[in-house]
Design a protein around this ligand. Structure first.
Ligand SMILES: NC(=O)C1=CN([C@@H]2O[C@H](COP(=O)(O)OP(=O)(O)OC[C@H]3O[C@@H](n4cnc5c(N)ncnc54)[C@H](OP(=O)(O)O)[C@@H]3O)[C@@H](O)[C@H]2O)C=CC1
Ligand SMILES: CC(=O)N[C@@H](CCC(=O)OP(=O)(O)O)C(=O)O
Length: 342
């Protein structure tokens, strides 16, 4: 049995990791931390755990002491010290936040206003998108679990860019996320009356996921790729749809074939038949990514729709997929959920 611990389990991302791990056949959650909930039972904070889990929130240090692998669901800028403690004690660390995602510290400084205090530690980080970096993840001790928007965008573009089928190196992306993406704290934007029956862009052109998306797209294309990235807040609890627009020279049928071939052995990425639309409803509560492809024939613009559950493939499920790889387990262990049918 893998002994897992979760720091930040009083928050959405950490807690979703706990919820999923309770059904994992090869893993036991031995300790959870949560700043504002110390001493409380998990079921006191979240009633869904009554008679399922009787863990009590303990200190972050105790979580690390008890576990072999530690997931951290903390705001950006807080994870480095925990990763260092884990590294010193020979434990594995999966950061659900953004502190180990960017390979270029200058990007981190610019977009997160922080710095990499321990540069050697960051040499060990691996970007935890299994479909792109599976072999490196298997060997890793520190994982930067990808952001939710970048997961949907990178999976949507990987077959195209890795086969150099894009006719332009600048790509336009509209994404929309459910409100759990903003975490559990109440903000004016996520207040029910403000969000409900509304839909609007935010941080248009300056969202902090921009450098992460450009890092990964440039790696897969093997040249610099830039994006115009516009996130939107969608009045649903969970789910992301990214709609991506790229100029191409090839026909839709040819591109579709390459997408199907690229993902034929992937358990979680599903390229829908041509004519279907990716719809977030059918990936909610799953680790799946659905991709649909469309073409504006008039100017050869390929339109890619890529949808995931931000809390699962966009966070907790992907983190568990990474854990499975790190421990040599079948990648889908504990993650074989099927989405709703209504
Ligand atoms: N929500 C999502 O869909 C996704 C989230 N993520 C990332 O996961 C991380 C957590 O996000 P999310 O769960 O949504 O956020 P939440 O606000 O829901 O949870 C944040 C957690 O961090 C704890 N925390 C906050 N500040 C501190 C502090 N100064 N010291 C110690 N603990 C602290 C909170 O404890 P308490 O509440 O008890 O004070 C809580 O457990 C972030 O980095 C986020 O970007 C990544 C992908 C998707
Ligand atoms: C709807 C919403 O607010 N979404 C969040 C997604 C951030 C997130 O979870 O990303 P990190 O893991 O990189 O912090 C946002 O736009 O900031």
């Amino acid at each position: 049995m893998i002994k897992a611990g979760i720091i930040g389990a009083s928050g959405y991302a950490g807690n979703e990791t706990l919820r999923l791990l309770l059904s994992h056949p090869n893993c036991e959650v031995v300790a959870v931390g949560g700043r504002s909930a110390l001493g409380q039972k998990v079921s006191d904070l979240y009633p869904s755990y009554y008679e399922h889990c009787d863990l009590t929130f303990v200190s972050d240090e105790e979580v690390i002491e008890k576990a072999d692998i530690i997931f951290a669901g903390l705001p950006s800028g807080l994870s480095e010290k925990y990763a260092k403690m884990c590294d010193e004690q020979g434990k594995k660390f999966v950061d659900l936040g953004a502190d180990f995602r960017l390979h270029n510290e200058e990007d981190y400084k610019e977009w997160y206003k922080g710095e990499y205090k321990d540069k050697d530690l960051h040499q060990k980080q691996v970007y935890g998108l299994p479909e792109l970096h599976r072999d490196a993840i298997k060997q890793a001790s520190i994982i930067g679990n990808p952001g939710c928007y970048p997961t949907s965008v990178c999976l949507g573009l990987y077959p195209l860019l890795s086969h150099h089928l894009n006719a332009s190196d600048h790509i336009i992306i509209n994404s929309a996320s459910g409100t759990t993406g903003a975490g559990k704290k109440l903000t004016e934007d996520t207040h029910f009356t403000k969000t409900n029956e509304s839909f609007h862009p935010y941080k248009a052109g300056n969202h902090r996921h921009t450098p992460e998306i450009e890092q990964e797209l440039s790696l897969m294309a093997d040249k610099k790729v830039t994006v115009t990235f516009v996130p939107h807040l969608l009045p649903v609890n969970r789910g992301i749809v990214s709609t991506i627009y790229v100029k191409v020279d090839k026909d839709l049928d040819e591109i579709y074939k390459i997408y199907k071939e690229t993902y034929q052995n992937e358990r979680f990425v599903h390229v829908l038949p041509l004519g279907k639309n990716a719809d977030l409803k059918f990936v909610t509560y799953t680790n799946d990514c659905h991709i649909s492809l469309h073409m504006d024939e008039r100017d050869h613009t390929l339109i890619i729709a890529s949808t995931i559950d931000n809390m699962i493939k966009g966070t907790a499920g992907q983190a568990i997929q990474n854990m499975n790889l790190m421990y040599g387990l079948p990648e889908e262990t504990g993650l074989q959920m099927v989405g709703p049918s209504f």
